[in-house]
Every structure is written in structure tokens, then in C-alpha cells.
Design a binder for this molecule. Structure first.
Ligand code: ZN
Length: 287
């Protein structure tokens, strides 16, 4: 396992972590000032400043991307299906323009939540089948763009509204179907927050292989968790044995950026400098 304690060369900041404190340009500049070498921007933050400005800001600061957030929301009724496919193809193109190594896919839950206006459904099995079908349909565009799609299994508390793929096993079963040669055009993003509870996770991480392990996200699980979306913990403040997960992914050959992705109204209320300095300190000591 890599020794991360002496520098933060492999730290990436998911820009949602400080989305309330600055726009993307400000975040990129703050990261560059601290010698942080990578970021993972969100589409709305890129749209806010404009794609061209975002591309230039990242390039001029000498930053890399560890991912681009996000494509997905692949479940819909028939009337919203084309909109879903078009949106995902645009996300692939943006990720390519920004030089991202992958497009993170939050696959969507039931259609009425993923694509508001879609006919309501209670059939989560149908939603899961739609995810595989929609991925198959956008995959040629991703292949042409050279943009791997990283399926991110989310904690099951999000199954209805954000992602009906909730385990690494489910994500890999989809990868096996769509990319039986395991080229890595479709793979997995592992996020400690989403997978730490899963008794099956070790054997499934061992199944991924280096080419399909496209991203590694970290933050912590707070007890009690007061909000399903906006109460993620700073690394070290919760109950996840984060180094155990890093050891497991690095045993698969993962040698990329460790992306800190912290959606937290608490940390959003603190100054940008304090958040980034705390992230760097925790990255070196508890990740
Ligand atoms: Zn994540």
C-alpha cells in the first residue's frame, strides 16, 4: 500500500466538497495554491462557468481530473428516454473535453425520481434492467470518445431516488455483460461511503481488476447520520476503516488519485481554506 503520509501527490478534490464556498474557477485556484494535483468537477459547476473556461482553468492550473460527475439517471419512461440518452452523450463529450479519465455514472433509481415527469413505477427490478440497457446504448459513444464509464454503486438508502445499483457485485455483473473482454470501457467507482456496510465487498473488490477500477472516493460515515444526502463525514470523524478499503483497491493495482468527496452542509458552512487544509491533514493521517 502506498505511503500517503509525506505529501498529497495523490489527493484529488471532488469539487462538490466546497461547492458552496467558491465557483469552479475559485476551487481550481485554491487547489493549485496548495499543490493539490487533481479535481473531479460536477457538471453544474462546469456549466456555471462555461465549459471552455473550465477547460482552460484546469489546464492553466496544471491540474488533472480524477473523474467527472456525473452521467447517469438512466431510468425513465419511454417519453423521457431520448432526453436521457442525449444528456449522457453530452456528459461524455464534456468529460472528454476536460481530459477526465472517466465519467462517473450515478445510474438512477425509479424513473419518476431520475427523470421527473416520468410515469411513476414501483418496479425496481425493471429500473435495474433499464440501467443495463441504457448503458449498452451509450457505450458506443463512450468508446468513440475514449471515455470509460464508471458505475458508482450507491448506498441502498438511495435505491429509490438516485441509484438502484447498490453493491459492487451488481455493478460488476453489469460490466461483465457489457464488456465481457474486461477492456475497462465500463468499470466501477468505489466510494467508501457507499460500500462500507457490504459484507460482500472484499470478494467483489477482488473481482474488479485494475482496468475496471476507475475511481476511488473517500469520506466517512457519521453516527448518527442526520441527513441522507448532506451529512457525510470528514475522513477520521466516522466509523469507516478507510485504509482497509485503500489497501483492497491498491491490491488490485489501483494507483490513481484518492478523491475526497464530501457532501456536507456542516463543511459547506466553513471557510474554503479550512476545509481544504483539513482534507489534506486527514488524507495524510487517516486515509
Ligand atoms: Zn463517490
Amino acid at each position: 500500500m502506498r505511503d500517503l503520509s509525506n505529501d498529497h501527490n495523490w489527493l484529488s478534490i471532488n469539487t462538490a466538497t466546497v461547492r458552496q464556498q467558491a465557483d469552479l474557477i475559485g476551487i481550481v485556484e485554491a487547489c493549485a495554491r496548495r499543490g493539490i494535483r487533481a479535481v473531479s468537477p460536477w457538471r453544474d459547476q462546469v456549466a456555471h462557468v462555461g465549459l471552455e473556461r473550465a477547460v482552460a482553468a484546469v489546464r492553466d492550473a496544471g491540474l488533472k481530473l480524477s473523474g467527472y460527475c456525473r452521467g447517469g439517471m438512466l431510468t425513465s419512461d419511454a417519453a423521457h428516454r431520448q432526453e436521457m440518452l442525449d444528456e449522457n452523450r453530452r456528459a461524455i463529450d464534456e468529460a472528454a473535453a476536460l481530459g477526465s479519465p472517466c465519467l462517473v455514472m450515478v445510474v438512477g433509481g425509479l424513473p419518476q425520481y431520475s427523470r421527473p415527469g416520468s410515469d411513476p413505477s414501483k418496479d425496481i427490478r425493471a429500473a435495474q434492467a433499464q440501467v443495463t440497457e441504457a448503458l449498452a446504448e451509450v457505450l458506443p459513444h463512450a468508446q468513440n470518445a475514449g471515455m470509460p464509464l464508471a458505475i458508482e454503486p450507491l448506498h441502498p438508502m438511495y435505491a429509490a431516488d438516485r441509484a438502484c445499483v447498490n453493491t459492487v457485485r451488481q455493478a460488476l455483473d453489469i460490466c461483465d455483460r457489457l464488456d465481457p473482454q474486461r477492456t475497462g470501457v465500463v468499470g466501477v467507482a468505489i466510494d467508501t461511503y457507499h460500500v462500507w456496510w457490504d459484507s460482500d465487498v472484499w470478494s467483489q473488490i477482488a473481482r474488479i481488476g485494475k482496468k475496471r477500477l476507475l475511481a476511488f472516493h473517500v469520506c466517512d460515515w457519521l453516527v448518527p447520520t442526520k441527513d441522507m444526502l448532506l451529512d457525510r463525514g470528514m475522513m477520521g470523524d466516522g466509523v469507516i476503516d478507510i485504509p482497509a478499503y485503500r489497501r483492497a483497491v491498491e491490491a488490485q493495482g489501483f494507483d490513481g488519485f484518492v478523491e475526497v468527496e464530501l457532501l456536507s452542509s456542516d463543511w459547506w458552512s466553513r471557510p474554503l481554506d479550512e476545509v481544504l487544509d483539513t482534507v489534506i491533514a486527514r488524507y495524510r493521517t487517516v486515509v
